[in-house]
Design a protein around this ligand. Structure first.
Ligand code: PLP
Length: 387
């Protein structure tokens, strides 16, 4: 039987169309886009086209897209770069507001700003994993330099009210960044209508290679760069551009956007079937964020009385790859910061599994995991109900 990959929120395989689009730029079309000669001009044209294609998919102007090495870089640049600029400006805005369920790429950047003197405002989330809009409203004052709220949470899949927050930020004159790494291909992204200042995406979640992403920076938004060097990307992101990956990324974004509605329907159907099967056979299982609007591809389920690491190993032995909701790091149990922000207790958090669906998921995989996972839970609990 073929192995089952249920870890698409971690990463996805490179799509054939993406690889095909990239290959010429890893071979004969190898030029540096800053060179004046024919190889350079060829690379420049390809890079400009890739930028244009990404901009079109996101509803942006072409000069509002910079290519990054990953989602982490985009998040870091948005949060830290914008905060440093704001603090240094005449208005001297000094606060950074984030939710406690952000990816570490945002959280660590916010903590870095705090170490450099920022006031950090943590916006509380409900027990379902959705940010409290009253707290967001209260945080939007004259001293707030930047607010950053992710669109789709990577651990539990909850969808944050990003359009409402963006509107509030616009009215309050506050810069607003959203980490849309898990949202690309899952929600409609049109920065022409959505008043965000910045938005970060990453290639490897949508079938492009690891090592490429993009940051949308709205015209008029200034930020200090993280890198220093050549003048590429008008100094916002110096460094010789990765033309092959930019071309591959543009292809992946076009495909993700074109296929979004149908793929979301397919994955939502799978997710619902899987959740129903789990809840019917393991009635005390807890699906985190189930009362909130959730992305179609992520299930985070705690199985009381079971240890997630042991379940994962048992799944792996049977060819199923998933991930733990909380991690065991260097032998020490570390409770997920997301689950703990939801108020989930340590034992429940340590029994959490994340199953994330995507391009490799088939109907047959859903059927097999719907049977296997409950059986393994019953076995782990020593129940007589083992199949
Ligand atoms: N933000 C979210 C929500 C993510 O899920 C991830 C990756 O897991 C990142 C940021 C970081 O992206 P990258 O792996 O491209 O650095």
């Amino acid at each position: 039987m073929d192995p089952i990959y249920l870890d698409h929120a971690a990463t996805t395989p490179v799509r054939g169309e993406v690889l095909e689009a990239m290959l010429p730029f890893l071979g004969e079309r190898f030029g540096n886009p800053s060179s004046m000669h024919r190889w350079g001009r060829d690379a420049r044209v390809a890079l400009d086209e890739a930028r244009e294609r990404v901009a079109t998919c996101l509803g942006a102007h072409v000069d509002e897209i910079i290519f990054t090495s990953c989602g982490t870089e985009g998040d870091n640049l948005a949060v830290l770069g914008a905060w440093r600029t704001q603090r240094a400006s005449a208005a001297g805005r000094n606060a950074v507001a984030v939710t406690p369920i952000e990816h570490k790429a945002v959280l660590a950047a916010a903590h870095q700003a705090e170490a450099e003197g920022a006031e950090l405002r943590l916006l509380p989330v409900s027990c379902e994993g959705v940010v409290d809009m009253d707290a967001v409203r209260a945080a939007m004052d004259d001293s707030l330099a930047i607010c950053s709220v992710m669109w789709i949470n990577n651990e539990i899949g909850t969808v944050q009210p990003v359009p409402e927050i963006a509107e509030l930020a616009r009215e309050s004159g506050v810069l607003f960044h959203t980490d849309a790494v898990q949202a690309l291909g899952k929600v409609e992204i049109d920065v022409g209508r959505l008043p965000v200042s910045m938005l970060a995406v990453s290639g490897h979640k949508i079938g492009a290679p690891k090592g490429i992403g993009a940051l949308f920076i709205r015209r008029g938004t200034t930020m200090q760069p993280l890198f220093f060097g050549g003048g590429q990307d008008r100094g916002r992101r110096p460094g010789t551009e990765n033309v092959a990956y930019a071309v591959g990324f543009a292809t992946a974004v076009e495909l993700a956007v074109a296929e979004r509605e149908e793929e979301c329907r397919r994955l939502r159907d799978f997710r619902e079937r899987l959740e129903l099967a789990i809840m019917q056979q393991v009635p005390d299982a807890v699906i985190h964020g189930s009362g909130a609007d959730r992305a179609p591809h992520i299930i985070n389920v705690s199985v009381p009385g079971c240890d997630a690491e042991s379940l994962l190993m048992a799944l792996d032995l049977r060819g199923v790859a998933a991930s733990a909701g909380s991690a065991c790091q260097s032998g020490a149990a570390s409770v997920s910061h997301v689950l703990s922000a939801l108020g989930v207790g340590a034992d429940e958090a340590m029994s959490a599994l994340r199953l994330s669906l995507g391009s490799l998921t088939t109907d047959d995989h859903v059927t097999r995991v719907s049977e296997l996972l409950p059986a393994l839970v019953h076995k782990a609990r020593g129940s007589a109900a083992v199949a």
